[in-house]
Design a protein around this ligand. Structure first.
Ligand code: HEC
Ligand code: HEC
Ligand code: HEC
Ligand code: HEC
Ligand code: HEC
Length: 222
């Protein structure tokens, strides 16, 4: 009697563990097929400037992990920042744990150290670039935010991240885009025009209020 009682408890527990594991795997992004890569595959990937060979192609394309699964701050903060190591470990506690490059990730995690990623895309500190305002933009030109690729290029095809647009981050590059947004220049011209003019209407955002002047020096320089 008591024996089968214990067995019942044990199997109930392992059933619970099994269910937890199935749920965890079900929550992972679709398309994931780990256990494919060998050390030889990794050796064939070009070495970039980073402390760990991290491939966007393997994560974002081969395993279909969405950009914002890792880049959690891209739509929330002034700076997008590097993904927290905790996000990596959410998967790499049990995915590809045998790979040497993945073991490096686990080592930073155990030592509670951030991974010293080298920054590739950069604008000088005297420039104000609110990352989230772009990812969350809503206007006639970008109704659902500016896509990552519009500024960073096809990151999902790269083993090693590099700047795709040579003039990335230059003042002319910013302005080329800001000038395509209706109202950015008209608003300035509309000031002497009487209220209610169509020029002034075009200068309004989807919610009705005036859009900040995207070509004003003070929008990007304080
Ligand atoms: C309007 C252009 C634009 C869009 C859209 C954009 N970025 Fe950026 N991103 C930049 C610029 C400019 C920088 C450099 C910012 C700096 O140095 O302060 C940057 C920097 C970064 C960085 C480096 C860390 C940092 O914050 O400096 C990451 C990571 C990043 N972007 C990821 C993304 C992702 C993911 C998306 C889509 C969800 C995205 N970006 C969309 C322009 C853009
Ligand atoms: C959603 C799950 C998931 C997350 C989150 C994740 N990875 Fe991975 N990672 C994978 C899968 C799947 C593979 C491929 C394993 C295979 O096929 O053997 C992989 C492979 C790797 C590899 C070996 C291939 C390569 O890219 O060089 C490294 C290194 C790696 N991951 C580092 C990281 C780092 C660093 C982070 C955090 C920024 C991270 N991973 C976040 C799922 C994930
Ligand atoms: C599995 C996690 C993960 C996913 C998914 C992911 N990234 Fe990244 N991303 C990283 C890590 C780690 C770095 C820093 C190392 C590097 O540059 O490769 C990085 C770096 C970047 C950078 C360069 C940052 C800099 O220093 O300038 C950009 C831009 C970027 N990612 C955009 C994207 C975009 C766009 C997508 C979707 C197509 C994406 N990432 C998907 C983890 C991820
Ligand atoms: C591909 C298009 C694109 C590029 C490139 C771009 N921006 Fe923007 N920017 C936008 C959009 C769209 C908005 C949001 C406008 C709105 O609210 O409708 C915006 C908003 C802003 C704002 C917020 C204005 C405010 O106060 O509300 C600042 C600041 C800004 N951008 C600076 C920059 C800088 C600096 C660069 C270059 C490093 C840059 N942008 C590159 C499209 C772009
Ligand atoms: C949409 C954003 C944006 C607007 C609007 C803008 N700038 Fe800039 N500006 C930048 C960026 C980004 C840089 C850094 C370029 C680089 O490092 O190549 C810059 C650099 C500069 C520099 C330094 C040049 C150097 O290389 O030392 C000056 C001066 C400057 N801007 C003046 C202005 C003036 C004056 C205006 C208004 C007529 C203006 N900016 C409007 C984004 C902007």
């Amino acid at each position: 009697m008591s024996r089968s009682g214990i067995n019942g408890t044990v199997s109930a527990m392992s059933r619970a563990i099994l269910i937890v594991m199935i749920v965890m795997i079900a929550l992972l992004p679709a398309g994931m097929a780990w256990g494919q890569l060998t050390e030889e595959d990794l050796a064939a990937i070009p070495a970039g400037p980073q402390p760990i060979k991290f491939s966007h192609k393997i994560h974002a394309t081969d395993n279909e992990i969405p950009c914002e699964y890792c880049h959690i701050y891209a739509r929330r903060s002034l700076v997008s920042g590097a993904p927290p190591v905790a996000i990596c470990m959410g998967c790499h506690k049990f995915i590809a744990t045998g790979l040497s490059e993945v073991q490096k990730v686990a080592k930073y995690w155990q030592e509670k150290k951030p991974i010293p990623w080298v920054k590739i895309h950069d604008v000088p500190d005297f420039v104000r670039f609110p990352h989230f305002r772009h990812v969350r933009a809503q206007n006639e030109v970008f109704p659902n935010g500016v896509p990552c690729q519009t500024c960073h290029g096809p990151i999902e095809t790269m083993h090693v991240v590099e700047k795709f647009y040579p003039d990335f981050g230059e003042m002319g590059w910013c302005l080329d885009c800001h000038l395509t947004i209706p109202g950015s220049i008209e608003r300035k011209m509309a000031i002497p025009v009487k209220a209610g003019s169509s020029v002034l209407k075009n200068a309004k955002g989807p919610k009705g209020y005036h859009r900040p002047n995207l070509t004003d020096c003070l929008t990007c320089h304080k």
